[in-house]
Design a protein around this ligand. Structure first.
Ligand code: HEC
Ligand code: HEC
Ligand code: HEC
Length: 384
């Protein structure tokens, strides 16, 4: 008994001396925290070990959804190019010497992503990594957006530089070659704010998870951008982009997209049949009396208020995705959003699919653009 007590006491003593020694070492300031010096091998091992264990433990209960959808990969690639590539680099790009001096250095993800499981990648992109400079996702509740980036990261190791550019930007315009233009605006046309990574110049989306902007009223586009900028509409993809736009840029972009040619949508990418579209039309025109769903067209039809969005020709996955988001209690922070929150909560999943199939099936070339199409500005001055 007494012996066991003594051993315990001695153990405590040793632990206390060790703790004091570590504290003294920190207090002495002898450890060099400068990023110009690499960590000691022991510190590096300890930090990496702790980081791997933490990610493994915290991601253990995550179940990934199916990710083999090109729409997810295109959206993820568009975000990666503006939001991640400045630190991690991208296929075919050169690394930034300033970023190379970060410690730890952001790894090239074509290689590093293979070291992590799908759920671990999700956890890292959503939560970021403390003490490394790796940021957390802006809109913490938007797991759907984080998964699009993970879908892209899973596809990245097999991507050549030209495939990457096709996914991330589509068919890019030629780079500026006018000295005065480059002196003012720089070489890169792939700044964070470059909309055509996701919404093409003609207002059509590059992924079925991105909304069509062509044919939307200027008032709606402008309000949406201001809500993203203020954070009252949550999106880890659109918030950082909108924050970087000033008032004049928001007005100019809204006018530009409002005047974009209102092309008929390409084939709806989810399989829908005539029955489904007919059921959706019933909901859109008559509502669902028993659950208190009003007819969608009261607010989304031809006589809608200018600041209400048009749904005609919007891709079904985008419509279903937004209804989903409202059901999860998001996008209800603004007064306009709150109106839809109530309506969405009354729709069943099947009804949401039906009504989305109906709106996606409408071609709207008859609704003329509200103004002549302004010519796209050459060089796309970077808005700051
Ligand atoms: C400000 C720079 C910065 C930005 C922006 C950034 N990261 Fe990171 N990222 C880092 C740093 C630094 C690390 C840590 C590297 C380490 O611990 O070895 C990291 C680590 C990671 C890792 C773990 C890789 C590994 O093996 O360590 C993944 C995955 C990752 N980032 C993905 C992303 C994605 C996706 C985005 C965009 C949504 C992004 N990062 C944006 C700096 C950045
Ligand atoms: C990385 C892809 C990406 C880029 C780049 C991008 N967007 Fe978006 N945009 C999206 C996605 C995804 C949404 C839907 C967000 C949500 O779920 O709320 C969206 C939504 C919007 C909306 C709301 C439309 C609606 O029907 O509610 C507007 C307006 C918009 N973007 C304008 C722009 C403008 C202007 C730019 C350039 C300054 C831009 N976007 C750049 C992906 C992008
Ligand atoms: C009482 C008016 C009203 C009715 C009825 C209504 N909505 Fe809405 N809806 C709105 C408003 C307002 C917004 C804009 C919300 C915002 O800006 O966040 C909106 C936005 C939407 C959006 C997002 C569009 C985009 O581009 O992001 C979808 C999808 C939508 N509604 C679907 C429906 C469906 C489906 C119905 C019928 C079941 C319906 N709405 C009925 C008022 C209404």
């Amino acid at each position: 008994m007494a012996v066991a007590g003594k051993t315990l006491l001695a153990g405590f003593g040793v632990a206390l001396v060790l703790a004091l020694a570590v504290l003294f070492f920190a207090w002495s300031g002898l450890y060099n925290v400068g990023a110009s010096q690499p960590h000691w091998a022991l510190t590096r091992w300890f930090l990496e070990f702790g980081l791997r264990r933490s990610v493994a433990t915290h991601s253990a209960s995550i179940t990934p959804p199916t990710l083999d959808d090109k729409n997810l990969v295109i959206l993820g690639a568009g975000h990666f190019d503006g939001g991640c590539a400045p630190c991690h680099g991208a296929p075919g790009g050169r690394s930034d010497p300033i970023v190379d001096r970060m410690l730890p250095e952001p790894p090239e993800l074509g290689r590093a992503a293979s070291n992590w499981s799908t759920e671990q990648l999700f956890w890292i992109v959503k939560h970021g990594l403390k003490f490394t400079g790796m940021p957390a996702w802006v809109a913490q509740q938007r797991d759907d957006e984080v998964w699009s980036v993970v879908a892209f990261l899973r596809a990245l190791p097999q991507m050549s530089a030209s495939q990457y550019r096709l996914f991330a930007i589509g068919n890019p315009e030629p780079r500026p070659n006018d000295g005065a233009e480059i002196a003012r605006n720089g070489m890169t046309m792939e700044a964070l704010t470059r909309c055509v990574r996701c919404h093409r110049g003609d207002g059509q989306p590059r992924s079925a998870l991105v909304p069509r902007l062509a044919g939307q009223s200027q008032a709606y586009v402008e309000r949406a951008l201001r809500e993203f900028a203020s954070g009252s509409r949550q999106s880890g993809i659109m918030e950082p982009i909108a924050v970087a736009l000033d008032g004049a840029a928001i007005t100019a972009l809204s006018a530009y997209y409002t005047g974009a040619p209102n092309l008929a949508p390409s084939a709806p990418p989810i399989a829908s049949n005539a029955d489904q579209i007919a059921r959706g039309k019933e909901i859109a025109t008559k509502g669902v009396a028993e659950s208190g769903v009003p007819p969608c067209l009261v607010c989304h039809g031809g006589n809608r208020a200018p600041s209400f969005p048009k749904l005609d020709g919007q891709y079904a996955p985008y419509i279903v995705g937004q209804i989903e988001i409202w059901k999860r209690g998001l996008r209800s922070k603004s007064g306009y959003g709150a109106i839809m929150g109530t309506i969405a909560s009354r729709l069943t999943d099947a009804q949401a699919l039906d009504v989305a199939a109906f709106f996606a099936s409408i071609e709207t070339p008859a609704e003329r653009p509200e103004r002549p199409i302004p010519p796209p500005r050459r060089g796309g001055r970077r808005a700051r």
